[in-house]
Design a protein. Structure first.
Length: 478
């Protein structure tokens, strides 16, 4: 099918070819199998009939005997060990995404369109996506906020309120170019503000000169030094000059103000988010929590057996492992939301847990009301100041949590947790960067870098883990 891509400010083209789109499968039907995802159920069934001698001549002629081998090759390309008759509901979210990626490239389309292909994938799955695209000989358009994946792109198109802008190269090249743009934006703002200041001073000087001339003329007329008709004419001419000068000064001042506002608007987009926080008071040798021979799972399925682990002081721990290894289940046990099969959790400090839904926030309340509920000791001034540090200023703090995007919701959760006068000494995060745009991820990173307590994070995003300074890992195996 023809493919047409049009972006304001960029060139566009129309190409002939076949387009394949990655579709996110949130809740597949119970009867849907891997073969259905590839659209080869009937073809495999025909081969099965042929093998037992139940296919007629026309069916044998139409049979694709290469189908099983091609199917196996496609699945191995994304490191997925699954049979064609495997139900999709038996796969984890990451495994289902890998199967969808394999199905996407199965018939060798000319162009791929991938929407957040690495969401919900473990490290192996993310690498499989990057390797698949690296070996892909067709075209691909990828919508993603995964910085590791973006590093492998040939070009990045950024969409902002300023429009669309194309940057050649991957993530590192994009960031380098953005740094240059940020320096140029600061320079433009400095120039615009100097011009605005100069225009204001010039307008004030002109107004003072006109006032002095008007005063001198009035005094001369009062003394009777000139005929009244001449004095009146001079006064009218002076008034016309004053009006013309005032209009010119007003236009120049308006132009300078507009230029300064435009320069500030660019900085609103380009300037990275930063935040300063009070100390948590967690000392280096303080026991944060200890897991004593912990065994956990759900529905009688054992995921983790006899785990002994402890955290002391302001450590930054990443819990990693493949999909289905029990990372989220372990967090639920540590927070007390789920009872272990055996063993105990000895937790010695106060904590805050931000899951993927940020469920500590009440969707029916405003951000401000959530903050006051979670920190009742804070007065209105302290509440507003804390929320402003996380870019919820003025009326933005009065938005309902249920109306927020994923990135805004997590930022609001961080504001309500890390914005308090007395911080929790342990913050636990479960896949905090899933479904977030790059700006939101960098906002989260800035907040966590400013936090001096202990962090326990489940994430497959290596760029995020590096940015927040992970010092130790707990790796779970299946």
């Amino acid at each position: 099918m023809p493919v047409s891509i049009t972006l304001s400010g960029l060139s566009y083209s129309t190409l002939g070819g076949r387009l394949a789109v990655l579709r996110q499968i949130v809740a597949p039907p119970s009867e849907m199998t891997v073969a259905d995802l590839f659209g080869v159920r009937e073809g495999l069934a025909l081969l099965d009939r042929a093998e037992v001698g139940k296919a007629n001549l026309s069916e044998l002629t139409a049979a694709d005997w290469t189908l099983p081998a091609r199917l196996e090759t496609s699945l191995s390309r994304v490191n997925l060990d699954a049979r064609p008759d495997t139900p999709l509901v038996a796969l984890s979210g990451g495994e289902t995404t890998r199967a969808a990626l394999a199905a996407l490239t199965f018939d060798a389309p000319d162009m791929l369109l991938l929407d957040e292909p690495t969401n919900n994938l473990d490290r192996d799955g993310r690498r499989a996506v990057i390797e698949l695209l690296a070996g892909w000989r067709g075209g691909a358009v990828v919508v993603s906020h995964d910085r590791e994946l973006l590093e492998s792109m040939d070009a990045i198109v950024e969409l902002t309120s300023l429009g669309a802008c194309r940057y050649g190269g991957g993530w590192s090249a994009y960031r380098a170019r953005k740094a240059i743009e940020l320096a140029a934006a600061h320079h433009d703002l400095d120039d615009a503000e100097r011009r605005l200041k100069g225009e204001r001073q010039a307008a004030q000087t002109q107004a003072e000169k006109r006032a002095r001339r008007a005063g001198a003329g009035a005094r001369k007329a009062a003394k009777g030094d000139m005929p009244r008709i001449v004095a009146g004419g001079l006064e009218r001419k002076a008034e016309e000059t004053r009006a013309a000068d005032a209009r010119l000064a007003e236009r120049r001042l308006a132009a300078a103000t507009s230029a300064a506002d435009e320069a500030r608007g660019k900085l609103e987009i380009l300037v990275p988010f930063s935040v300063s926080l009070p100390p948590s008071g967690l000392v280096a040798d303080r026991l944060v929590f200890k897991l004593n021979h912990l065994s956990v799972g759900y529905d009688k399925r054992m995921l983790i057996r006899d785990l002994a682990f402890e955290v002391r002081g302001p450590e930054r721990i990443a819990i990693t492992g493949p999909n289905g290894s029990g990372k989220t289940t372990l967090l639920r046990v540590i927070t007390g939301d789920l009872a272990p099969f055996s063993g105990t959790v000895d937790r010695r400090v106060d904590f805050a847990f931000l899951d993927q839904r940020v469920s500590l926030l009440d969707e029916a309340e405003t951000i401000r009301d959530n903050y006051r509920r979670l920190d009742p000791s804070a007065n209105e001034e302290a509440c507003r100041a804390s929320l402003a540090r996380f870019k919820f200023r003025a009326d933005a703090a009065l938005r309902m949590v249920g109306s927020l995007s994923g990135g805004e919701r997590l930022r609001a959760g961080l504001a309500c947790v890390l914005g308090r006068a007395r911080l929790p000494q342990l913050v636990i995060l479960d896949e905090p960067t899933n479904h977030l745009d790059v700006e939101s991820v960098e906002t989260v990173e800035a907040g966590l870098r400013a936090y001096d307590g202990s962090l326990l994070v489940v994430s497959h995003d290596e760029a995020f883990l590096g940015a927040i300074g992970i010092s130790r890992r707990l790796i779970l195996r299946q």
